[in-house]
Design a protein around this ligand. Structure first.
Ligand code: ATP
Ligand code: MG
Length: 406
């Protein structure tokens, strides 16, 4: 009887001929999450993925629950296709689950609740039709066996507290628990994108959403020394470390924006400064993305959140980008973004105080309906290409790893 983890994945199973490609990407993602355990292995068998030989099951579970493309993870046991061994595995697994439920109940509830029997059912599935008995027969047999051998159980086929799942394949797989993963598509299966990462709440969430749809993400952050201090860079590095907890590692490009900002400050009317600055970010990020072979940009922009995020403002900003601009949070409400940030662990970092290069530029009367010709006129007196090249040449890159594991 082996202990292992069974990986459930949903959407990638629907990809027809690409299925193998997606499965390999998912396998690579699982392997990356276990990289610090050389003995751990990921097996691909008959359209299923199994993780074995992990030294610390709880820690393994939490790592696997962070792998994009994983819908759910089940700690399982594998038994040979032999009825006696399957019965023994079922008894073992259900006794453990009953003991865990009893511990949970005494911690939270009254003595009366603890004394109540644990409701359960057995759900069997047989893809290997060569095995006897069939699913119904196996359910009945194991159910009766468990009732007789594990104390405190009671059958409830409608709303059981515990369901023992039994899958008959080339071996028998048994499990009682399925814990959710992030879902989505395996990292890298949609290619690569460059995330414009500020120190705010939105852009790290946008990056996570892009990763969840299969995009490998690199980050660029624009900073303005000496107007923004080292703490704002540290904060962005910490955000990258936290994002790396979901993808293994992340590349951060720091782009010094001081010269660009100074030129804008001197030459551009106050009400257009933020928009011109955003357009410069798009130009630099677009070229940097091409260097990194990333065909898309990602931002945390959100419709109507601030003056620079009206449809008209987004239009003039996007016009400066040589690449498609993806905005995963476009239609989210702030409360939803905050909730997601808390869930993925970036919120606490994002709310640290810091100076942002944008805050220096916030006008008293921001423009909400700019036109492209106004922007082009405002930029006419700037040496656009020289400024962009100057910024690009000074980019410094590093690779950041998760704070806790790998
Ligand atoms: P965030 O929480 O991401 O900062 P925000 O609502 O504060 O979002 P803005 O500050 O207007 O929005 O920025 C819009 C988007 O532009 C950000 O989500 C981010 O993608 C990008 N951006 C803004 N400032 C920077 C920066 N200093 N470096 C890199 N990208 C930035
Ligand atoms: Mg911001």
């Amino acid at each position: 009887m082996d202990r292992l983890f069974l990986i459930h994945y949903g959407e990638i199973g629907l990809k027809g001929e690409n299925r193998e490609f997606f499965e390999r990407k998912l396998q690579a993602g699982l392997q990356r999450a276990l990289a610090s355990w050389p003995g751990a292995s990921v097996e691909r068998r008959h359209g299923r993925l199994y993780v074995m030989n992990t030294p610390d099951p709880e820690q393994a579970l939490s790592r696997l629950q962070r792998v994009f493309g994983v819908v759910a993870v089940s700690p399982a046991v594998r038994a040979p296709l032999d009825l006696e061994q399957i019965r023994a595995a079922a008894r073992q697994l259900v006794s453990e689950a009953a003991a865990a439920a009893a511990t949970g109940a005494t911690a939270h509830a009254t003595a009366e609740a603890t004394a109540r029997p644990l409701t359960f059912k057995v759900k069997a599935r047989r893809t290997n039709k060569g095995f006897q008995p069939d699913s119904m027969g196996l359910q009945r047999l194991l159910g009766a066996d468990l009732l007789a051998s594990v104390p405190g159980l009671k059958v409830d086929v409608h709303e059981p507290a515990l369901t023992l799942q039994v899958e008959i394949r080339e071996s028998a797989y048994l499990y009682c628990r399925s814990l959710p993963g992030p879902g989505g598509l395996p990292l890298g299966s949609s290619g690569k994108a460059l995330l414009l990462l500020s120190g705010g709440i939105d852009s790290p969430v946008a990056g996570w959403m892009a990763m969840r749809r299969g995009l490998e993400v690199e980050c660029v952050h624009f900073y303005t020394p000496p107007f923004t201090g080292p703490r704002s860079v540290e904060k962005v590095e910490d955000l990258c470390r936290q994002l790396a907890a979901w993808c293994g590692r992340i590349r951060l490009h720091l782009a010094r924006f001081t010269e660009v900002q100074q030129a804008i400050w001197e030459k551009v009317p106050e009400d257009l400064r933020v928009l011109v600055m955003r357009r410069f970010m798009m130009r630099v990020a677009g070229l940097l993305a091409r260097q990194q072979e990333a065909p898309a940009l990602v931002t945390g922009e959100n419709l109507g959140q601030v003056a620079s995020q009206t449809v008209e403002s987004l239009t003039v900003i996007e016009a400066a980008s040589p690449l498609i601009v993806l905005r995963p949070l476009l239609a989210w409400d702030k409360a939803e973004i905050v909730r997601k940030a808390q869930e993925i662990g970036t919120y606490e970092i994002s709310i640290r105080p810091y100076e942002d290069c944008c805050t220096l530029f916030v006008p008293r009367h921001p423009r909400t309906r700019p036109t492209l010709s106004e922007l082009e006129d405002a930029e006419a007196s700037l040496p656009v290409d020289t400024l962009v090249q100057g910024c690009l040449e000074k980019v410094e890159s590093s690779v950041l790893k998760p704070p806790v594991w790998i």
